[in-house]
Design a protein around this ligand. Structure first.
Ligand code: GN1
Ligand code: MG
Length: 366
């Protein structure tokens, strides 16, 4: 395997000869490696892109490149370091942004940004505040990127399309698991109407469509040693959608007092202090371009994305675990229940969340 990985890494325009390829991280979708070269630095990130999820991969790489070049140009203008504050995609020998191997698998390489910290959870309000600023700044940097991105993930955070997938999977019930998850299925059905009502605002343009990241968990951000956000990474899901997805997904991840797949549901709840800290950082950067409607729905977006995540995990469980990597048989069901617990905690604290957003938004300079 390692020789194969070294051979694949060697297909890219690296600044040296490949010495070693080491596995990295725990992504649910792609496989990620670090590439070391003989003279030491720089190092590179090599990823096998999941072509079942991202289709077509070349269009995804074009999207990523557009976003990276746009950010680099702006960082340069403001006197920052474009090699550290934006991702750098390394092309293959033939100039393409990806390489297809003999098994028809897609690979891509980017520069590894060193001297940074990636966190798995937001343990302190300070970190959540910095993360909020980072996501707000990212959105503000791409807010004037006018070229449309290709929709390589139709319906990614679009609940209307999710329901189509859901209805199909439930009808098919390939492993006969549906009967055993009637309670969990009820959680989804009970909220169908309110979720569609929210999504209609996006469909009708009352909530605008902008460039958004769509996968804002904390480990998709690199922090510098001072604790500030240096660079937002994992751009596979950059799309034209609502930026509320980014806020909501970050809240889902940052505020969880337990794990995404916690077996002990007592561990899982939404930490309102972390919510407030993230929202404060976010609004400091984003309130200048957000509309009133977007601000009004910020708190709800956390419920929306968490709900969608419950649906996605449960749908994958019923479908026979085809989408998310799992570590044990019921993993997707455990994830479903843990995310549902988080959702109910958000529902219970919803009035407080809205009050915090109103207070923070009203104290921002206009
Ligand atoms: C996936 O690949 P990763 O781990 O960053 C997923 C997200 C989910 C997340 C659940 C393309 O993200 O949408 O929220 O798992 N990415 C894709 O933790 O489906
Ligand atoms: Mg990731």
């Amino acid at each position: 395997m390692n020789d194969r990985l070294k051979r694949i890494a060697g297909q890219f325009r690296l600044d040296g000869k490949v010495k070693e390829v080491v596995s990295l991280g725990e992504g649910f979708i792609n496989d990620t490696f670090i590439v070391k070269i003989d003279k030491g630095k720089p190092e590179y990130i090599l990823q096998r892109k999941n072509k079942r999820v991202f289709s077509p991969v070349p269009a995804m790489m074009e999207n990523i490149q557009k976003v990276c070049l746009h950010i680099k140009a702006k960082v340069q203008l403001s006197g920052g370091d474009p090699m550290r504050e934006a991702m750098t995609i390394i092309p293959a020998m033939d100039g393409r942004l990806y390489f297809v191997d003999e098994s028809d698998e897609y690979w891509a390489v980017s520069l590894f940004i060193d001297d940074t910290i990636a966190y798995e959870s937001a343990e302190t309000p300070e970190l959540a505040y910095a993360g909020g600023k980072g996501i707000g700044k990212f959105q503000s940097l791409v807010s004037d990127l006018k070229e449309p991105l290709t929709d390589i993930l139709p319906g990614f955070h679009n609940i209307r399309i999710r329901y189509q997938q859901w209805d199909k999977v439930l009808n098919k019930d390939p492993l006969g698991r549906k009967a055993s998850v009637a309670t969990e299925t009820g959680w989804i059905e009970d909220r169908r109407e309110e979720m569609l009502k929210f999504w209609k605002l996006v469909e009708d343009g009352e909530i605008p469509t902008r460039v958004s990241h769509n996968d804002t968990k904390i480990n998709n951000i690199l922090f510098d040693k001072k604790g500030e956000v240096l660079c937002v990474i994992d751009l596979d899901t950059v799309l034209n959608s609502t930026v509320l997805n980014d806020f909501g997904d970050a809240i889902r991840y940052y505020t969880n007092t337990g794990l995404e797949d916690d077996k002990n549901l007592d561990n899982v709840s939404m930490d309102i202090g972390i919510f407030k800290a993230f929202a404060r950082g976010y609004l400091e950067e984003a309130s200048s371009f957000l509309t009133k409607k977007e601000i009004e729905y910020l708190a709800f977006s956390a419920r929306y994305i968490t709900y969608e995540q419950v649906l996605r995990f449960l749908m994958d469980y019923i479908d026979g675990d085809n989408y998310y990597k799992i570590k044990y048989e019921d993993h997707n069901l455990v994830r479903t229940r843990a995310q549902y617990k988080l959702l109910t905690s958000m529902e219970e604290q919803f009035e407080k969340m809205n009050a915090i957003i109103r207070e923070l938004a009203s104290s921002q300079p206009k």
